[in-house]
Design a protein around this ligand. Structure first.
Ligand code: HEM
Length: 407
């Protein structure tokens, strides 16, 4: 029995036989590659379970594993909300929400209307050279060594550098942002999460105030000058917009990239193919995004509803692990195999109104990182005896990725 099962009351509408163990909860760790056995095993179990610890903070949640049910929940903004799924604002006793991810229609539509132009193909093409330069900058620092810890040497810092570029913030902030990101996302201690949130808030507000005085061509200035419904954003909306970009755009890219490179390190034939035919990289990334999705999305039920054969009541939490859904055998043939030319429709970026607004940028970062890495570094593999610890939960992240190659 774990800590959660000892204290949580099971609500009356939850049939006892539906209570089940969910192995991928936040706080759990494993030394095995969770995609090999743990994730496929979930599809051998029930279509939905009520887990006592699937919601962050060892809280109970329904866990849906089938794409059909998860799609239905993503599309249903009448019975489900994203409001307040993250702890950050509440920890400071504040009133802001992450914008747009923790907002509902009709306001959500206004925020998305404001943000969609930021990630158009034209905007992304304009960023291409700078993103490539940043990838090379990091790779140049270790390419002659014959080894790297892909996490420390590349995957953590490269997406932060891209984010700083977009926000118009100096590159000298990379280390500070990495420390804050760890405090916000990977720190179990609530007091430390609150400290990191306060630091991010103070810093972002100082930058927002500078842009208010002197707007330039960056995303913070965009938020400062943007209008919705004929008015400027309120302070809460403006900060929520900056904060959502902060939590949405760095750790997710880091983690997905790490799994993609682990796959190439452990599958030499795939690595050789992408070296020989780099034009296959964008299609391969789509399959790697499907097979190694790392994010779990959450909702709260706000009106009674039947879903996947179970009764949900207001207040019930719902966990939708894209990690698991993307390997649904009802949708994908041989779901646990990586078929680099599959070109799948996956839910790695979510679905429905909250579908990831940054997906075009994420894809570009992932493609550029793989192109540049394969061009600069010869055939690589996992370091012998590498012991990788994976943190499970909301963003399933390996703690290190030691790679080696011949100098
Ligand atoms: C591989 C990298 C990424 C993954 C796997 C990912 C995944 C997701 C997912 C699953 C959602 C839906 C959340 C939900 O339905 O509750 C989402 C939303 C969002 N993502 Fe991403 N994301 C990535 C990169 C980015 C980047 C680079 C940015 C920004 C620069 C970003 C910004 C956002 C924002 C602002 C939302 C909220 C959209 C809305 O509520 O309308 N993401 N992301």
């Amino acid at each position: 029995m774990n800590q959660a099962t000892a204290v949580v009351q099971i609500p009356a509408h939850v049939p006892a036989h539906m209570v089940g163990e969910y192995p991928l909860y936040l706080g759990a760790v494993t030394y095995e590659n969770p995609f090999h056995r743990m994730v496929p095993a979930i599809h051998d179990g029930p279509e939905v379970i009520y887990s006592l610890n699937a919601y962050p903070g060892y809280q109970p949640a329904w866990v849906f594993r089938r794409a059909k049910d998860v799609q239905a929940i993503y599309m249903d903004n009448e019975h489900f909300t994203t409001k307040d799924f993250s702890p950050f604002s509440k920890l400071l006793g504040d009133t802001w929400s992450s914008v747009p991810v923790e907002t509902d229609p009709p306001m959500h539509g206004l925020y998305r209307g404001m943000m969609n132009p930021l990630f158009t193909p034209r905007k992304m093409a304009a960023l291409e050279m700078r993103v490539r330069e940043l990838a090379r900058l990091y790779i140049d620092q270790f390419k002659h060594r014959g080894e790297c810890d892909f996490m420390q040497d590349f995957a953590f810092r490269f997406p932060i550098a891209v984010f700083l570029e977009l926000m118009g913030l100096p590159m000298s902030n990379v280390e500070q942002f990495l420390e804050w990101e760890n405090g916000l996302i990977h720190e179990p201690d609530l007091a430390k999460i609150a400290d990191a949130t306060r630091s991010v808030k103070d810093y972002l507000w100082s930058e927002i105030n500078k842009r208010r005085a002197n707007p330039v061509d960056d995303l913070i200035s965009y938020g400062v000058t943007a209008e919705i419904d004929g008015r400027k954003l309120t302070d809460d909306e403006l900060f929520g917009f900056c904060f959502n970009l902060f939590i949405g755009g760095m750790d997710t890219v880091t983690t997905n990239m790490a799994w993609h490179f682990r796959h190439l390190a452990e599958n030499q034939a795939h690595q050789a193919l992408l070296r020989a035919q780099p034009d296959l990289i964008p299609t391969a990334i789509e399959e790697l995004l499907r097979a190694y999705a790392a994010v779990t999305t959450f909702r709260t039920c706000i009106k009674p509803v039947q879903m996947g054969g179970v009764q949900l009541m207001p207040g019930d939490k719902v966990a939708m692990p894209t990690t698991v859904v993307n390997r649904d055998p009802d949708i994908f043939d041989r779901p646990n195999e990586v078929l680099l030319d599959r070109n799948p429709r996956h839910v790695t970026f979510g679905s429905g109104i909250h579908r990831c607004v940054g997906a075009p940028l994420a894809r570009r970062e992932l493609v550029i990182a793989m192109q540049e890495f394969l061009a600069a570094i010869p055939q690589f593999q996992m370091a012998p005896d590498a012991k990788v610890l994976t943190h499970l939960g909301g963003v399933m992240q390996p703690d290190k990725l030691p790679l080696v190659w011949n100098k």
